[in-house]
Design a protein around this ligand. Structure first.
Ligand code: GDP
Ligand code: MG
Ligand code: K
Length: 287
């Protein structure tokens, strides 16, 4: 039996624990982590001859390491390297939820998006062309209702496809780069060039992700990079890129990166999401 390690990543209250309980048959209390030590719950499920080891991670709005939860989730993603991440999204709040998705894309993580709370979206009469959204993000997306378990089989199926890298998966999954604007992208490539010189860095991390985090002045990543032989060069390029961004956009790099990500999300939603009455669109949730 093949084992696939998956981790649940998403905003608080998007349905991660509901999926975890449904899939693993666990009876965890559905609720927040407030007041509870940051920790991950583990369970497993069997599907189509595969064993899924599932980790339910604490909810996060981003991976910027501003909170213990964010730092914890990041550490889990980098150190435990799940085979496939299930990015759970509250579909009635796509804009905010997809921000985390753009950060996962930076990390070059293999993932499947669960467009959860799809019942709420339908109830409101909003339409989400999830095939289009999936194409624009380069990530398979499956509409789900974890409260009742709808879409779970299809989700597991997609995870297997991504894990195995089947032809079908390749048509849904391609690693895209979110364009952060010319100056930022220029800075990212310069920083990446130096990071790639280090074999263990190149092999263990997405250098694009590290470069973006450096431009955001992420203290955790700064500390990591300080220990590299090329640290001086790398920080030099970071500062240079940052100054160019400031001159050009009057923004600091961190704000420019965030703006670019939201710009990408807005563009995608303009193409793929419709409010009631704008367009007829078919969707089906399979059991
Ligand atoms: P978590 O914080 O991501 O672990 O989210 P939970 O699994 O604790 O779910 C938060 C709340 O949303 C709970 O009250 C769930 O019953 C509810 N919920 C989960 N999935 C769905 C869904 O697909 N549709 C609806 N309507 N409610 C859901
Ligand atoms: Mg939970
Ligand atoms: K729209």
């Amino acid at each position: 039996r093949k084992v696939i390690n998956v981790a649940l990543v998403g905003n608080p209250n998007c349905g991660k624990t509901s999926f975890f309980n449904f899939a693993s048959g666990a009876h965890e209390r559905v609720g927040n982590y407030s007041g509870v030590t940051v920790d991950a719950k583990e369970g497993h499920a069997n599907f189509e001859g595969y064993q899924f080891n599932i980790v339910d991670l604490p909810g996060t709005y981003s991976l910027s390491a501003y909170s213990p939860e964010e730092l914890y989730v990041r550490k889990q993603l980098i150190e435990k390297t799940p085979d496939v991440v299930i990015n759970v999204i509250d579909t009635s709040n796509l804009e905010r939820n997809l921000y985390l998705t753009t950060q996962l894309i930076d990390m070059h993580i293999r993932m499947v998006v669960a467009l959860n709370m799809f019942d709420e979206t339908q109830k409101r009469g909003d339409h989400v062309n999830y095939d289009k959204l999936s194409e624009l993000f380069g990530v398979p997306m499956v509409p789900t209702v974890f409260k009742s378990g709808k879409g779970v089989s299809e989700l597991f199926h997609q995870i297997i496809e991504v894990y195995e890298g089947t032809e079908d998966a390749q048509s849904h999954y391609r690693h895209i780069h979110i364009n952060h604007g010319h100056e930022i992208e220029h800075g990212i490539s310069e920083i990446q060039e130096h990071l790639k010189k280090e074999e263990n860095v190149r092999e263990l991390y997405s250098t694009r992700y590290l470069a973006i985090k450096l431009l955001e002045h992420d203290q955790d990543v700064e500390k990591f990079v300080s220990a590299l032989p090329d640290a001086k060069e790398i920080f030099y390029h970071r500062d240079k890129a940052e100054n160019r961004v400031k001159e050009e956009t009057k923004e600091d790099a961190e704000t420019a990166i965030m703006d670019a990500k939201y710009g990408f999300i807005h563009g995608a939603l303009n193409e793929a999401a419709y409010e009631e009455g704008h367009k007829e669109d078919t969707y089906q949730i399979t059991h």
